[in-house]
Structure formats: structure tokens, C-alpha cells
Design a protein. Sequence first.
Length: 209
Amino acid sequence: MYIGTMYTHVFQEFTGKPILVLDLDDVLRPTVASALAWYNKEFSTDYLVDQRMSAYSYRVVWGCTLEEEMALVDRWYKEASLEMLPILGAVEGLKELVKRYDVVIATSTDRSYADGVIDWIDRHFPNQIMQVCLLGYFHYEHDIRLTKGQLAVDLNAKVAIDDLPYHISTYAALGVPAVLFGDFPWNTEVVLGPNVQRALNWDQLITLI
């Protein structure tokens, strides 16, 4: 149905409530912190989520090539990603959102990690998500993949939530109201445009939407 390598897993059918498109990594689960913690354990380092992550690029912190970064991230996904716990407030917050919205998760994760993503969602948010769409953005050029904004328009979504400014810009460009989530090095200095709000945490998010 879509260009690129997007993979969609359907958990349950839509109920007719307004659709909300929700990011997975660093909105529902602390992906960057988890990957850095795994790396620290493997290589006896002490990297933290700091300003060196301003480009959302592990290789900037790890001092490695793109190919080495891909191999390391692959190891982390297979060895440790299922161990992540939800971000503070996400469990309670999502319970509130699903009362008002049909929630679709849109993640940049590659379809090769679909089984792990699906298992993690089932484990922590059972019977709450309608679909998860894996767009396969990681390590690829944005213009050869379906944008999250395009996906939201196709779904006729009423609102979208993401921590990455790039994805927020794709929502805003197509008129989809969006919330920039969190207080991370890669999004702290972003100037919010029309139809974009910011929520620093899940408590703020619930009050906004």
C-alpha cells in the first residue's frame, strides 16, 4: 500500500473514535537511554543522553562509522530492547488517551525488528493499540520513505505525538495538529510552528489533548 518498507501490524479494528498517531521510541519507551546503557555495559563506558545526541545519532557519541553504528544498534535491539520499561507516566497516560482516541503507533524502526516491537507493545500496553506501523527510517534518507505526516493524513488522524522535530515538521506541513514530546537534546531548542504544541512529560501531554 505504501512506498518504501513500511510494515503494519494490526492489533485490533478501529472503533470509530478519532485517530491519534503516537511515536514509540522516547515517547512510550526510553530508547536512547537504553541503547546507551547497553553500550556502557558492553564497553565499560559512561555515556549519557547529553548534547552530543543533538542529532539523534549514536555514532556521534560512540565515535564510530555508520556501518559500525548499524551493527551495534542491531545487537542492542536483539539483546536488550525488550528489557525497556515504559517511560514514566506512559502507562497511565495511554489508558487515558485510549478512552478518547484510536491509537496508532508510528515508529521509524525497521520492519526487521517488528517481532520485538510487537512483543514489547503487547507486554506493556495490551489491548490498547489499534496498529503499529514500522516505517523503516533508521539509517535511510527521509525522502525515500513515507513520512509520518503522510501516514497521518492517510489515516485521517486528528493529532500526532513525536519527540523528533523532523517528524513533527511533516505533520505540521500537512496540517495535522502535533505535540512535540519530551525535553531531549535533539528537541530542546526547536521553535514551535503553527499547530504544534510541546509537552515535556506525560502529565502535560494528557492536559493538552
